[in-house]
Design a binder for this molecule. Structure first.
Ligand code: SAH
Length: 444
């Protein structure tokens, strides 16, 4: 408004006319929430999901996909200018997803005895308090409330069939849904992996062992839903939902699934990390490999390498690849993935990038020709950007899932590097998330 930026919560889109109540009002910017809609933007379309408005999932459905892509492109550009104060060449147009629904290979549903109820549902129930079990997603900012999801459009079938089969069986047999406040109840989480290879992995997380109930439920699921290639269960007696430190047990099948990127195969266990959108993951990695400009003679460092997928993806065009990642289990997977794909020129190291990337390490493994870096949302630690400036590789390819922290880091790297290419990639249609790949060249 009059040149002042106002960040507005409450599902508004450009073109809406709304009253906004400001919660913060600074000199250059303000923050607020939409209170009343006077007119709706002509850009709006009808959301396709019955859970729109409550679910934290696909919050941008009210915009046509082309508009979503346009605003994401704009957001990357704004961040580079306003946060990074950077100069850069024209950005490439965003690579939108060809598949805008059912694009996720992984979903995690939560069981709760505290279903989120709308005001209407509470009113309609009258005297009698409505049924409160749910199997679905957490409501943003309400830690103990879960929205019961009937049909989710984020994952291929049989995702909904599996979820609804488990829910019906649980209700019919009065199995208890977890109560997060009291920390009681049996059923906790249902984690599904549905791969482009057609493999399907289900991991049912329960609070404690109840052998008879567990076997009955898992057998019923296998008998009812065709196509489950591996079924696991995990007992989680802890307060938190993380299964990272637990031991999933195989009930049926081989205990893992396989996913493909080009002709590389990746083994994904119940605790493995893998890009959640396989289709766009491949697009992202192709851009990364293309930006790296490899000819076969380069020493490539793959920082924040996860399970080594980027490093493996570029390995045929590189002399050697050195991958670094904090989580030891991910590094174990990376080594296994490299071996399974007959990649012999990649080595992987577990540890914090700022501890591992010292002079001795670079001396031992070779001066980098290309550094690929793919940090988490927080971006790179300042110590790492300082180190990258010192090491001064000719090229850096910065893959980011958060263009705001990327812009901040690029401003630091600007001391020695110019931005050559910028390619946003949309991995998560109908959400505000955006990935961005930037190629940096050393100035001198
Ligand atoms: N490049 C991978 C994963 C990127 S996600 C892929 O494309 O699949 C970012 C990764 O950085 C995560 O695996 C996380 O465990 C790791 N990570 C976070 N902080 C780190 C640190 N300080 N040092 C090393 N790795 C870190």
């Amino acid at each position: 408004m009059d040149g002042k930026v106002i960040f507005i919560e409450g599902g508004v889109v450009p073109g809406d006319v709304v009253d906004v109540r400001l919660s913060k009002n600074k000199k250059d910017w303000a923050e607020g929430k939409a209170q009343l809609f006077h007119t709706y933007s002509p850009q709006r379309v009808e959301p396709f999901c019955e859970h729109f408005g409550l679910c934290g999932g696909c919050k941008w459905q009210m915009l046509p996909y082309e508009k979503q892509a346009e605003y994401k492109q704009q957001q990357v550009e704004d961040h580079l200018r306003r946060i990074g104060h950077l100069e850069f060449p024209d950005m490439y147009p965003i690579l939108g997803a060809s598949k805008t629904r059912r694009y996720r290979n992984k979903l995690e549903f939560t069981f709760s005895n505290k279903a989120y109820l709308t005001d209407d549902e509470i009113r309609a129930a009258g005297e009698e308090w409505p049924k409160r079990n749910a199997l679905g997603f957490h409501i943003p900012r309400l830690f103990d409330k879960v929205l019961d999801i009937r049909t989710c459009h984020l994952q291929e079938e049989p995702a909904n069939l599996i979820k609804n089969t488990v829910r019906e069986w649980a209700e019919k047999h009065s199995l208890s849904f977890y109560d997060i406040r009291r920390q009681e109840g049996w059923l906790r989480n249902l984690v599904l992996r549905i791969c482009t290879t057609g493999e399907v992995m289900v991991n049912l997380v329960i609070h404690y062992e109840d052998k008879a109930a567990r076997i009955a439920l898992l057998d019923h699921l296998l008998a009812t839903v065709p196509g489950i290639t591996t079924l696991l269960y995990t007992i989680n007696p802890k307060k938190n939902d993380s299964i990272f430190d637990l031991e999933p047990k195989v009930y049926a099948g081989k205990g893992y699934v396989e996913e493909k990127l080009e002709d590389f195969t990746f083994k994904i266990g119940p605790k493995s990390f893998f890009q959640t959108n396989t289709y766009q993951g491949e697009v992202l990695y192709k851009v990364t490999r293309d930006f790296a400009g490899l000819t076969g003679s380069e020493v490539v460092y793959d920082l924040y390498c996860g399970t080594g997928s980027i490093g493996i993806f570029v390995s045929r065009q590189a002399k050697k690849v050195i991958g670094i990642e904090l989580i030891r289990e991910a590094i174990d997977d990376a080594k296994e993935n490299a071996a399974a794909n007959a990649v012999n020129n990649a080595t992987f190291f577990a540890g914090d990038v700022i501890d591992i990337c010292d002079d001795a390490f670079f001396a031992e493994h070779g001066a980098p020709d290309v550094i690929i870096t793919d940090p988490p949302r927080a971006g790179m630690h300042e110590k790492l950007t300082a180190k990258l400036l010192e090491v001064a590789a000719p090229r850096i390819v910065y893959v980011s899932c958060n263009p705001a922290t990327q812009a901040r880091d690029l401003a630091l790297l600007n001391e020695k590097y110019t931005i050559e290419k910028i390619q946003p990639v949309d991995m998560f249609p109908h959400t505000h998330h955006i990935e961005n790949v930037v190629l940096l060249k050393r100035r001198y």
